[in-house]
Design a protein around this ligand. Structure first.
Ligand SMILES: Cc1cc2nc3c(=O)[nH]c(=O)nc-3n(C[C@H](O)[C@H](O)[C@H](O)COP(=O)(O)O)c2cc1C
Length: 200
């Protein structure tokens, strides 16, 4: 059986770095990408690890920054405010690639970043931020909460909305192939990104 040719980035670390950012940008744009719904890890205020799915909204290779959105009332927002260290991970089966990101997150609630993110959000996404009570509140029954209609959501959800920018400080790329996996990592210092191959 003939195997497909190896990708151009296979033994090229700079090309692997470019592929990592291409896949993240594609993940932000395409719902079917495995990188659209990464797992985000924070450190709980009790110092236990916390993990949940978020929608990747933007990946900017120029600044090395990822953006996602959350409710200001959520545990993750409180955790990031106390300790901004975060990690994010996703795997795309079609690309046979896992990407891991570590860095520090900033919460944007009342600035231009938040405003642009809110303006760019669809009505169906804004509705969640108008839910009462806020995420994680104990309920007496499963349906004991309210959501605004899409028209009201344009305003009532805004005070609860936060855009989060995760500035990557370490990146890791793992490409799976039976002829030999390829794993590479990059760390950011004052002069930019510095990469190395790693045993897979
Ligand atoms: C497919 C999917 C997408 C989600 N996207 C987001 C998101 O973009 N932002 C967010 O805050 N929560 C999102 N959630 C919900 C979180 O995974 C989590 O359940 C919720 O935000 C509470 O997390 P916390 O208590 O750690 O703050 C998503 C869940 C799923 C299943």
């Amino acid at each position: 059986m003939t195997r497909p040719p190896l990708p151009a980035f296979y033994d090229d670390r700079d090309a692997s770095f470019a592929e990592l950012w291409r896949l993240l940008a594609e993940g932000a744009a395409l719902g079917r990408s495995g990188f659209h719904l990464p797992a985000l890890a924070t450190l709980g205020t009790d110092r236990a690890p916390r993990l949940r799915t978020v929608v990747l909204r933007e990946a900017d290779p120029e600044t090395g920054t990822l953006r996602f959105h959350c409710d200001r009332r959520s545990d993750k927002a409180a955790e990031i405010a106390v300790n901004p260290a975060c990690a994010l991970m996703a795997y795309d089966a079609a690309a046979k690639t896992q990407i891991r990101v570590e860095g520090h997150a900033t919460l944007h609630t009342d600035d231009a970043v938040a405003e642009a993110a809110w303006t760019g959000s669809r009505a169906m996404s804004r509705v969640c931020y108008g839910a009462e009570p806020g995420p994680g509140t104990t309920l007496p029954a499963g349906d004991a909460y309210t959501m605004p209609d899409e028209t009201a959501a344009a305003t009532v959800g805004r005070p609860h909305f936060a855009a989060v920018l995760l500035r990557a400080e370490r990146l890791e790329f793992l490409y799976l192939d039976r002829r030999g996996h390829r794993r590479a990592a990059w760390s950011r210092d004052a002069s930019g990104w510095c990469g190395t191959w790693l045993a897979p």
